[in-house]
Design a protein around this ligand. Structure first.
Ligand SMILES: [Mg+2]
Length: 234
């Protein structure tokens, strides 16, 4: 193992498997670890997501997301081991669009699809390429859902994550370091939805009664990014 300037890394033992080093690129293997981690996280968070959606929605977000994760895992299993990251991410998007009900299916389907379409089609993505793709995926979701930052939706997690990713990738952060910052921004954005009044989606029908509850879509979006961060750090 060598560091970026070609100097051997003294902390890397001769026998240390590459998978234990933080990821420098988004490749097919990292996409698979991401979605496996996400499936596990969503199962663990299913009751909490349902509870959050029960407060300001229709209590189906937990089951919708775990169903989507199972479909995404099944879709990945249909692809060869050497399939490129871009294609795998797009396949996840298709499976979510097909399997997840409510508004979150099309929105997450669109996010993953746009992310996959924006990644390099064959080669593993660099931190900057992933940051650019996160921006494109955000744009696609905003185009579909017409939500702005502060509307108390998944955009409140995805937008700060994309902005931070772009910023730190631009200042030379590696992929894993960039994802730590981006996932942190997504989590902060999700928590910041608590006092907000919903202006999009089913929760907006509640008006002022939507205040004081964390948005379930922003919460699951933060989980999506934290699962990627965790997979990249592994
Ligand atoms: Mg719902």
């Amino acid at each position: 193992m060598t560091s970026m300037d070609g100097v051997p890394d003294p902390t890397a033992g001769a026998g240390s498997p590459p998978a234990t080093a933080p990821a420098t690129h988004l490749d097919g293997g990292l996409v698979r670890r991401w979605i496996a981690e996400l499936a596990q996280r969503l199962r663990a968070a299913e009751a909490r997501l349902t509870e959050l959606d029960a407060a300001i929605g229709d209590a189906d977000h937990g089951t919708n997301m775990t169903r989507g994760a199972r479909a995404a895992m099944a879709a990945l299993a249909e692809h060869d081991e050497d399939t490129a990251a871009a294609r795998l991410v797009a396949a996840v998007g298709h499976s979510l669009s097909r399997s997840v009900g409510g508004a979150s299916g099309p929105l997450y389907g669109t996010w993953f699809n746009a992310l996959g379409r924006s990644l390099p089609p064959e080669l593993p993505a660099t931190a900057m390429e992933l940051a650019t793709a996160l921006g494109a995926a955000l744009d696609a979701v905003q185009q579909l859902g017409a939500a702005e930052l502060g509307d108390k939706t998944m955009v409140d997690a995805l937008a700060p994550a994309a902005r931070q990713a772009r910023e730190v990738a631009g200042s030379g952060a590696d992929l894993a370091g960039m994802l730590r910052i981006a996932a942190g921004a997504a989590e902060d954005g999700a928590v910041a939805t608590i006092p907000l009044r919903a202006r999009r989606g089913r929760a907006s029908y509640l008006g002022a009664r939507s205040e004081g509850h964390q948005d379930p879509g922003a919460t699951s979006a933060a989980i999506v990014l934290d699962a990627l961060r965790d997979a990249a750090d592994a």
